[in-house]
Design a binder for this molecule. Structure first.
Ligand code: CMP
Length: 138
């Protein structure tokens, strides 16, 4: 059994896609065991994306991620990290497969609607960034 962190990014929330994203998780039998709506500060967004701090898009990405509310979720299930990544599609919406969240709704590589952890190690760090153990209903 795996857990992963999902974020509905500010563009997803402002475009009214919270329900749509959650519907896709539920239709795929992905269990949501933690969920909250919050707005990150610039510093909190920088902390979350620290692995990307040397990238040219870091400042713009963290501005965007702190520009409005996001929904953070802990998803649980067998192979859920990979399942979530297949539902999201490629980071760049132009490269995402038909029927994926990013293909259907993302406008550009930065404003790509959703984030999902890419490995079990990243998932545990990312989940701990937003949730304490009382906020996860396992
Ligand atoms: P995410 O899955 O949240 O992980 C890092 C984010 O950085 C990624 O989605 C994109 O939103 C963003 N990103 C990755 N590559 C680029 C890029 N070349 N230009 C702008 N943003 C990017």
């Amino acid at each position: 059994m795996e857990r992963t962190l999902s974020i509905i990014k500010p563009d997803g929330v402002s475009h009214g896609l919270i329900g749509e994203v959650i519907r896709r998780f539920e239709k795929s039998n992905i269990k949501i065991v933690g969920m909250k709506l919050l707005k990150m500060t610039k510093t909190e967004a920088e902390g979350f994306y620290m692995v990307h701090k040397e990238r040219p898009f870091f400042d713009s990405l963290t501005d965007f991620m702190s520009s409005g509310p996001v929904v953070v979720m802990v998803l649980e299930g067998e192979y859920v990290i990979d399942k979530n990544r297949r539902l999201m599609g490629a980071t760049n919406p132009e490269e995402a497969d038909e029927g994926t969240i990013r293909k259907d709704f993302a406008t550009e590589i930065e404003k790509n609607v959703v984030h999902g952890s890419d490995s079990p190690e990243t998932a545990s760090v990312e989940i701990a960034y937003f949730f304490n153990r009382f906020e996860i209903v396992g």
